[in-house]
Design a protein around this ligand. Structure first.
Ligand code: FAD
Ligand code: NAI
Length: 468
């Protein structure tokens, strides 16, 4: 069987790459070892977590906020089994959608583990042990990432869980201990807190969401604390012991050392300390594909590895581990292989945390600008001063626009607030077009919408905000 392109892995990077390549006339096949397409994102990542975030938010609304709106529904009861079925339906709808799209675009699917037998040759080993050899001009590796393990801690997906287990719990834990105040810890911590768990987050660093703007992190932590999540920052976990009757004892001590150790009890422990590139069974060492010290496949600006004809995209290479980054790389490499000029602008990749309120960011943080010695002006606008946020009773958070002090070009925007994930899109478009803060400020924004807070923050860059 001979192809122009064989893509290994059908997560957001791989399946999008295959569809774009097929659209451009390349004879394309995909190899996927899971029974369903969509990778981490659709099966055990973005989609199931967002379904549970949506459902648990509705539960919390009904539980705590409906009465304020004059709606009396009594005390809502949780049917966790049904909520999980709702989540599973969302996953199935999405994975079947990808299967349909691959077929529609005449991409051939091979189910099994792909191993690169040499440049231009991919062996597919199916679960029953059968194997097939595919000949191809180009290979794109899109095998994604896996959970980072904590040394000495076994993830059994029952008491000590990764995100995958935390999306499948069959009862609400009384106490949930989350290791890592990153995006998974705070999203899934929020889900289980809303459903009734007592949640404590232990974080090694002295802040939540490292990498995001510092002011955003501080405000966000305050909001989550108000909602009932407890934080133990600058703290390291030194051991997790699962009890004979279930539950676990987690030993922690100050990250800097020197302080007293403490033991925390939990029914479930979620390990969410990051993800690592996944390259198992690919045969990279045999073909000589180079990786960096973090295990990421090394590529040049055109996604080419050091071996001719072998490319890599998505979580398995450097850059943010985000579905939309993987997708855009998938499109870019497909276009390059078809003789076009694919391109990804790494300066404008939005990053969203889908809690309530949401956190969204694009471009440089204040910390990065300071470190790079770039002079900037900051404009900030709180949602307490936005008409729609007031009317909706969702006034937590702010929008911050950072613009170059000389040129006024927008360098970064950071939002904590309801619907921040959607609000960031206009800014991403503006930044792609090289907009100044004045461009955003002079654009008419509909009233009453939360988007007016973006406009006001842009006005605030030059101290011209109207409503504060
Ligand atoms: P993956 O999606 O990991 O897909 C890789 C595929 O390759 C898998 O299907 C795997 O089975 C297959 N594979 C691996 N090795 C082989 C082999 N040898 N042969 C055949 N097949 C193979 N990102 C966001 O942007 N937004 C979110 O809201 C979001 N939420 C997340 C929530 C959670 C709980 C997690 C864990 C992640 C989340 N992410 C989110 C991150 C997102 O899932 C990843 O960035 C994205 O899936 C990466 O896509 P990918 O195509 O590189 O790899
Ligand atoms: P993360 O990198 O976001 O956060 C991990 C956190 O764990 C960090 O705060 C880190 O300082 C901390 N940590 C590391 N080692 C520790 C230790 N030993 N003890 C205590 N804390 C420790 O990783 P996370 O949350 O696991 O997510 C993995 C990836 O999945 C992210 O890179 C993200 O890109 C992606 N993702 C994206 C989502 C989104 O876009 N909404 C949602 C979920 C995941």
């Amino acid at each position: 069987m001979s192809y122009d392109l064989v893509v290994i892995g059908t997560g957001p990077g791989g399946y999008v790459c295959a569809i774009r390549a097929a659209q451009l006339g390349l004879r394309t096949a995909v190899v996927e070892k899971r029974a369903t397409h969509g990778g981490t994102c659709l099966n055990v990542g973005c989609i199931p977590s967002k379904a549970l975030l949506h459902a648990s938010e509705a539960f919390e609304e009904a539980n705590k906020h409906f009465a304020d709106l004059g709606i009396d529904v009594g005390t809502p009861k949780l049917d966790l089994k049904k909520m999980m079925a709702f989540k599973d339906e969302g996953v199935a709808g999405n994975t079947k959608g990808v299967e349909f799209l691959l077929k529609k675009n005449k991409v051939e699917t091979f189910h099994g583990t792909g191993r690169i037998a040499g440049a231009g040759r991919v062996e597919v080993v199916s679960e029953d042990g059968g194997n097939q050899m595919l000949e191809t001009k180009s290979i794109v590796i899109a095998t994604g990432s896996d959970v980072t393990r904590l040394p000495g801690v076994t993830i059994d997906e029952k008491v000590v869980v990764s995100s995958t287990g935390a999306l499948e719990l069959d009862r609400v834990p009384k106490k949930l201990l989350v290791i890592g105040a990153g995006v998974i810890g705070l999203e899934l911590g929020s889900v289980w807190r809303r459903l009734g768990a007592e949640v404590t987050v232990v974080e090694y660093l002295d802040r939540v969401l490292p990498g995001m703007d510092g002011e955003v992190g501080k405000q966000f932590q305050r909001i989550l604390t108000k909602q009932g999540i407890a934080f133990k920052l600058s703290t390291k976990v030194t051991g997790v012991e699962v009890g004979k009757k279930g539950g676990a004892s987690v030993t922690v001590e100050p990250a800097a050392g020197g302080g007293a150790a403490e033991t925390l009890q939990a029914d479930v422990v979620l390990v969410a300390i990051g993800r690592v590139p996944y390259t198992e069974s690919l045969g990279l060492d045999t073909v000589g594909v180079q990786r960096d010290d973090k295990g990421r496949i090394l590529t040049d600006a055109h996604y080419a590895t050091n071996v001719t004809g072998i490319y890599a995209i998505g979580d398995v290479i450097a850059g943010p581990m985000l579905a939309h980054k993987a997708e855009d790389e998938g499109v870019a490499i497909a276009e390059m292989l078809a003789g076009q000029s694919g391109h990804v602008n790494y300066g404008v990749i939005p990053n969203v945390v889908y809690t309530f309120p949401e956190v969204a960011s694009v471009g440089k943080t204040e910390e990065e600008l300071k470190k790079d010695g770039i002079a900037y002006n900051a404009g900030k606008f709180p949602f307490t001063a936005n008409g729609r946020a007031k009317a909706n009773g969702t006034t937590d958070g702010f929008v911050k626009v950072l613009a170059d002090a000389q040129t006024d070009r927008v360098l970064g925007v950071h939002i904590v607030g309801a619907d921040a994930g959607n609000l960031i899109a206009e800014v991403a478009v503006a930044m792609e077009f090289g907009a100044s803060s004045e461009d955003i400020a002079r654009t008419c924004h509909a009233h009453p919408t939360l988007t007016e807070a973006v406009k006001e923050a842009a006005l605030a860059v030059n101290k011209r905000a109207i409503h504060v």
